[in-house]
Design a protein around this ligand. Sequence first.
Ligand code: PRX
Length: 572
Amino acid sequence: MSNSIPNIKSYEESYSNFSWDIPRTELGYSDGNTINIGEYCSDRICKLGYADKLALIWEGFTGEVRKFTFNDIRVFANTIANFLKNLGLNPGDRVCLFMDKVSELYFGFLGILKMGGIAQPLFSAFGPESLFTRLDDAKTSAIITQKKHLHKVRATINDLPSLKHIIVVDDDGTKPLKEREIAFHMEKEERIEKFDSYPSKAETPSVLHYTSGTTGKPKGAQHVHYSIISQYISAKYALDLKEDDIYWCTADPGWVTGTSYGIIGAWANGVTQCVLDAGFKAENWYKFIEKHKVTVWYSAPTAIRAIMKEGNEIVKKFNLSSLRHLASVGEPLNAEAVIWSKEVFGLPFHDTYWQTETGSIVVSNYPEMKIKPGSMGKPFPGITAAIVDLKTFLPIEKKGIVGMIALKPGWPAMFRTYWNNEETYNNKFKNGWYLSGDRASIDEDGYYWFVGRDDDVINTAGHLVGPFEIESALLEHPAVAESAIVGKPDPVNMEVVKAFIALKPGNDPTKMLELEIMNFIRKKLSALAMPQEIEFVDSLPKTRSGKIMRRVLRAKEWGEENGDISTLENDM
Ligand code: PRX
């Protein structure tokens, strides 16, 4: 087990004395230098003398385990970088990663960055329409994928002229590849020992993560190589990563946690990380922790609630004594989950708060700081946070008042724009503050307490789903006249998608039709976006100007007051 002295000994002292020069110096960076995340996470660690240290312990769904050293990930990233370069891809080109959590995903991520490309990770469970929207918006040049996902890529490419290369990492030659498709085999490719990484600078674009908003299509939050400064130091201070840790971040790199802390944060610190490429099952997770002697575990409230549901007895079947620090992100972490984990693991989960846009943890609980179960903790060193009034966007000084979480721009990992969408980006700033869109309050001791989102985006199992994308897809179903998508409370996933649907004349609201519509969305978008419940209605509540008022429907689901309905046109 790692030593028990936390990396930050006193939160208050670290917060007061912090300067971004601390991580810059630790990473050997100064203004004007080149800084390439791919190189920093592999070559740099090897040069520090850790070439033979384990970087990745990977386990597949069959139980197969593969281990890779920092030198392995350096060479494999070089090999992919070289392959992409030889295909004619240029720095600045968007290269999508559309894979399960196979090892190539991790090497590919570093490889794209090494050749100067912009990595665009997408959740492999996305259906063709979700995939198309994001590839079309980013004008992606290449996609790296697996055979099992190829049919979804093929379904999109006719309308994607800029997508020139489809790279298949596990092609076995049984079925011929089609136009634009090319096989890449990590084992069969010539190993590239030396690759000159693209000399990216602090502001060179690095990663493009798509996230959902209330209106419009998903937005690409664009990050830069300088983000590693924040990701490195927050993995060290908030996740408390140390040299001898075995770290497990359960997130998929299709979402920001899986890249900022499932790749960059740990490897920038030279820490060994584990990946389990298998679906969720409490017993398998405990087995995984026991087998690989995981010390630091970063997960999400939905998973924690799911393992809680399986009870305390099952925990006793495993030796989980290697664990020394637990953290969580993505949704409100209920007080009961913190208390429960203290009881069964002897360790509380430490809640951390951040967003795709913030790129790194901005509010957190720290190992040495007293936890108040249910609170997200306090601002990360180097982050100036406040609660601002929902109308004036001015900081609320009085404690305990609910407003919006706002952050002073300027920390290294903050997104630099929304791809092709400067206007929406600019709208996120008021009075010199970045507006998170989340409501919270601060207590007398400076702890932040999450209240809810300030928009209609649904947080299901820690993943944001935009209602607009589902409503648009529903319109393509022949029976649907119009719809409204809202979040409905769920004991495990926090929220699930509920659809209110008005049918076109001549269609009956049958159970069959309900199932057909659900399946329609699952296939087109993803299982996350699929409505778990459909309520057929004659009409939807609208404002006098004809806008559907999701708020009224949502309030009904949550048993809340309707709020201001003075502009409502029709009663439900
Ligand atoms: O609403 C907040 C919620 O997740 C949103 C960000 O989602 P995404 O951009 O997908 O990034 C997720 C992982 C960083 C936030 O705006 N959220 C995130 N962490 C917490 C949270 N809600 C409550 N408590 C948290 N700790």
